[in-house]
Write a protein that binds this ligand. Structure first.
Ligand code: GDP
Length: 295
């Protein structure tokens, strides 16, 4: 991930460091190169433009130009701006300690890695001392329910499902079952489709309204690049979710979604998924990601 972008940024910084003086002209050239590199990484145009404008302004500050190593200071500025762009601080899950069980609702398109994420999250919560239950509210595809069952077995977390194609009923009964079993957190896997459609959105909206989840997480495949950002926007406009789970980062060479989503949607990325195995889930730290980009 970010290989190309990292290489290009490194080359730009090297070029800057090799200049006798840092001035408006070579900073201008560096900014043009950085912008091009960002766009090649499939970063949203507006996001890239604003980022580069901010970096330019700070780089042209007195403090930088008069310092002993201006090129190094510019690297630091880029690092800080990238961190800010991706949200600054890590945003943890926000589960109410009072309401038991706490509810995490998971939404996204089919194939985004939603069901796999639910199991990964269950495993992580269990490791952190929670007692979770998984609820299959993706009731239209029997394969989805079976998949959640199999994954539930793998992570040793019970899975609740019903035999009817009624997502609301599955979710409500799942919650009841979790309460009876004294579970402290339920993860509800909702239905996705290959494309955004009205029925899916209306169902997710109704579930959100009825369940009042502590966390509504939106799962999206980072390999979709700018389309991932557009999908996130469409879901957020409708569902006003709490956080993003960015999946398949292991296969995403460019990284445009990771860099753009937070700015466009104004919701934090909370988790990143980096593989198919149940342990391949990480918390998202903007500063670590920025450091990774800068190599
Ligand atoms: P859903 O339809 O959104 O529930 O998606 P699934 O959880 O069934 O995932 C779709 C496919 O993507 C499966 O083959 C998963 O193994 C795979 N997958 C999920 N997350 C990741 C990931 O982070 N990296 C990779 N490489 N594959 C993933």
């Amino acid at each position: 991930m970010f290989d190309n972008l990292s290489d290009k940024l490194e080359a730009t910084f090297k070029k800057l460091a090799g200049q006798a003086t840092i001035n408006e002209i070579n900073i201008g050239i560096a900014m043009r190169d950085i912008k091009r590199a960002l766009l090649n990484a499939d970063v949203n145009y507006k996001v890239a433009k604003k980022l580069v404008d901010d970096i330019r302004e700070k780089s042209l500050g007195e403090q930088v130009l008069k310092s002993v190593s201006p090129a190094q200071m510019i690297v630091k500025i880029v690092n800080d701006e990238l961190t800010d762009l991706m949200g600054g601080e890590h945003q943890p899950l926000n589960l109410s300690p009072k309401k038991l069980p706490a509810i995490i609702m998971v939404a996204g398109l089919q194939g985004s890695g939603k069901t796999t994420f639910c199991a990964k999250l269950a495993k992580r919560l269990k490791k952190n001392g929670k007692n979770p239950m998984l609820v299959a509210a993706d009731v239209y595809r029997p394969a989805a329910v079976d998949q959640l069952r199999t994954l539930g077995e793998q992570v040793d977390v019970p899975v609740f499902s019903i035999d009817e194609q009624d997502a609301m009923k599955a979710a409500v009964k799942g919650l009841e079952a979790a309460r009876l079993a004294a579970k402290d957190v339920v993860i509800i896997d909702t239905a996705g489709r290959l494309q955004i459609d009205e029925k899916m959105m209306a169902e997710a909206e109704a579930l959100k309204h009825a369940l009042k989840p502590d966390e509504l997480l939106f799962v999206v495949d980072s390999m979709m690049g700018q389309e991932a950002v557009n999908t996130a926007k469409a879901f957020n406009d409708r569902l006003d979710f709490d956080g993003v789970v960015l999946t398949k980062l292991d296969g995403d060479a460019r990284g445009g979604a990771a860099l753009s989503i937070r700015q466009v949607v104004e919701k934090p990325i909370k988790f990143i998924s980096v593989g198919e195995k149940v342990d391949d889930l990480d918390l998202f730290y903007p500063d670590r990601m920025a450091q990774r980009i800068l190599g």
